[in-house]
Design a protein around this ligand. Structure first.
Ligand code: UDP
Ligand code: MN
Length: 587
């Protein structure tokens, strides 16, 4: 639209007037932006060296730039009302796993006046377009070391404002005037000093001072030099303002995150402990819902809702409310909100949750009574599920509090380990052995054993759950992924596909519908209820025979040269299954 109008104006001879106005706008915008944002924000999209652009090109950018300017002014006004110096923008995400690939990658390389030193680095995908070569090198080195943009963090104010991501109905919530006191524990290994300071600053700024008893830092044996004398110096400065507020404990060997969290809890003295990673920024009003809920019920372990601080731009991505679940690897995942919570029609109400993601708050003594975290968990992973199983089995409960929000920096990579598979697997098996009785085999299988079932007629193809949605199993070329996991249970059921075991997502059993030649997959509990034919006789290297219909599961060549699965009178086809788990299911 704008482009067409401009053409008409140009054609009637106003180019000079327009160009003059344009320059004025550019300069005004540039000056205003530099005044407001200094060097940190993205520079104007035009540089003086590009003055030989055609007027047309510039005009086509005019509307976009005016919009940008308007936004900048609006945000800057809000920032100055808030009394702080810089901004973090927010992007709303409906889904807990945001797609962050919205950057205009092409622009970066077009506009960067300097040589691009690290075109493949994730750090520079949408950030750093103005950096000189020396600055790019410095930023990339820091990024490799810490897994996030320390170069930028060191230049952002410690007291920056982050957008309030709570539902507006949280603003009207009122909490008791008397609330329990709070110890905040921040654990870290090789974290950037500015990131820890920003966490501390956010806690001091956004927690009512009469409730915040102390902030306890636990260093799980960092090697990073600035976390020694420099950090001590900063702590001294904080404590000059608020004597005794900050404490630091340093492990003399690496003990892992569960032990670090326990160290903090043991040192804490307040009624309630909030145990956080040190790369967080707590949001406004984060503490009150936690303290009020734990005051109401000392056996509740609570989790705030997380938002994501992007590792490259430090922008905030708002995450949707979800409950914290886990899969059979005991790895965390977000699950749907429970129906009884939705039926309450109160978005501020606590949400019952199977697990926590890691960060938690609890009554200090209750946490001690149930044994705190299992310090036998190594390095990382599984400790959150272990605590959750224990809490639920020891008379407590876990809840996510929608009105308490904490922004957490999701790193690009961990500074303390490149591959966490071994401790995660080892910790998951430890949890399984301690808590999961007859279900522990599920965890072993999830971590250890791909279970395919093959027909000896052609070992390149495997039984596969087929298209989802859909309930027709197929033969498909073999791969190692869960759609081809087939579990034969001693009692006669064949489970096909990934095992889920959720209330609203049942595992699927192989069924002989009794008519037609196609087997089907049906939710196992429904199949049991409807008395479908889900029981089969099978031994590795033998036929698969339905116990009721006596038909065999076999495959036959289809017209395209592939195989199709059929139920038919037995023709002596035999099947193999990759592994046998001794005694699995014997309970
Ligand atoms: N951590 C620790 N010791 C370890 C490993 C991790 O104290 O051996 C800390 C780490 O510094 C962080 C917390 O545990 O504060 C959780 O780890 P991380 O942030 O890497 O996990 P994520 O939040 O990405 O799941
Ligand atoms: Mn973390």
């Amino acid at each position: 639209m704008l482009r067409r109008n401009v053409l008409r104006v140009l054609s009637i001879g106003l180019p000079l007037v327009f160009a003059f106005n344009l320059l004025l706008i550019f300069y005004t915008k540039r000056i205003v932006q530099e005044l407001i944002l200094g060097d940190r924000q993205n520079k104007l999209q035009f540089a003086p060296s590009e003055l030989n652009w055609t007027v047309m090109d510039r005009l086509s950018q005019l509307e976009a730039n005016l919009q940008h300017l308007k936004q900048t002014m609006k945000l800057a006004t809000k920032q100055s009302e808030d009394g702080v110096g810089t901004l973090a923008t927010v992007k709303d995400e409906k889904h807990p796993f945001p797609d962050t690939a919205h950057a205009k990658e092409g622009d970066f390389f077009k506009e960067n006046p300097h040589k691009v030193l690290f075109p493949d680095s994730e750090l520079f995908r949408k950030w750093g377009r103005d950096l000189s070569e020396a600055q790019q090198k410095e930023a990339e080195d820091l990024f490799q070391k810490f897994g996030y943009n320390v170069y930028l963090s060191d230049r952002l104010p410690l007291n920056r404002t982050i957008p309030d991501t709570r539902d507006s109905r949280c603003h009207w919530k009122r909490y008791p005037s008397q609330l329990p006191s709070l110890s905040v524990i921040l654990i870290f290994v090789d974290e950037a000093l500015s990131v820890i300071q920003r966490a501390i600053t956010s806690i001091i700024q956004r927690t009512p001072p009469q409730l915040l008893k102390e902030v306890i830092l636990v260093d799980d044996f960092s090697s990073n030099g600035e976390l020694k004398a420099d950090l001590d110096e900063k702590i001294k400065l904080y404590n000059q303002k608020s004597p005794g507020l900050l404490k630091i404990i340093r492990h003399t060997e690496r003990r892992g995150l569960a032990a670090a969290r326990n160290t903090g809890r043991e040192a804490a003295t307040a009624d309630v402990v909030a145990i956080l990673d040190a790369h967080v920024e707590v949001n406004v009003g984060w503490a009150e819902p936690i303290l009020a809920r734990i005051q109401e019920d000392r056996t509740v372990i609570v989790s705030p809702v997380f938002d994501n601080i992007l590792f490259d731009t430090f922008e905030l991505i708002k995450y949707a409310l979800a409950v914290d679940g886990f899969d059979w690897e005991l790895w965390c995942r977000y699950d749907a909100l429970p129906k009884d919570w939705i039926d309450l029609h109160d978005v501020t109400a606590p949400v019952r949750s199977p697990s926590i993601m890691g960060i938690l708050a609890a009554n200090r003594l209750f946490l001690e009574e149930i044994g705190s975290l299992d310090a036998g968990m190594l390095t990382y992973g599984g400790e959150n599920v272990e605590l959750s199983l224990r809490v639920w089995q020891c008379g407590g409960r876990i809840e996510v509090l929608p009105c308490s929000r904490v922004a957490h920096l999701e790193r690009h990579h961990k500074p303390y380990s490149l591959d966490l598979t071994i401790p995660m697997k080892r910790n998951a098996l430890r949890v399984a052995e301690i808590w999961m009785d007859e279900y522990k085999d599920m965890v072993y299988m999830a971590w250890n054993i791909p279970l395919q079932m093959k027909n000896t007629l052609d070992e390149r193809v495997c039984l596969d759950q087929g298209a989802v949605p859909g309930n027709t199993p197929i033969m498909h070329h073999c791969h190692q992924y869960s759609p081809q996991n087939v579990y034969y249970h001693l009692t006669g059921e064949f489970y096909v596909g990934p095992l889920i075991a959720q209330r609203d997502a049942d595992d699927r059993c192989l069924t002989d519908p009794g008519k037609g030649e196609k087997p089907t997959l049906e939710p196992c509990s429904k199949a049991v209820k409807d008395r479908l034919n889900i029981h089969w006789d099978f031994k590795p290297g033998r036929a698969v025979i339905n116990r009721v219909t006596k038909r065999c599961l076999e495959m036959k060549k289809d017209v395209w040269g592939g195989y199709t699965l059929v139920l038919q009178a037995c023709t002596a086809q035999v099947w193999t299954i990759q592994y046998t788990v001794r005694n699995w299911g014997s309970d």
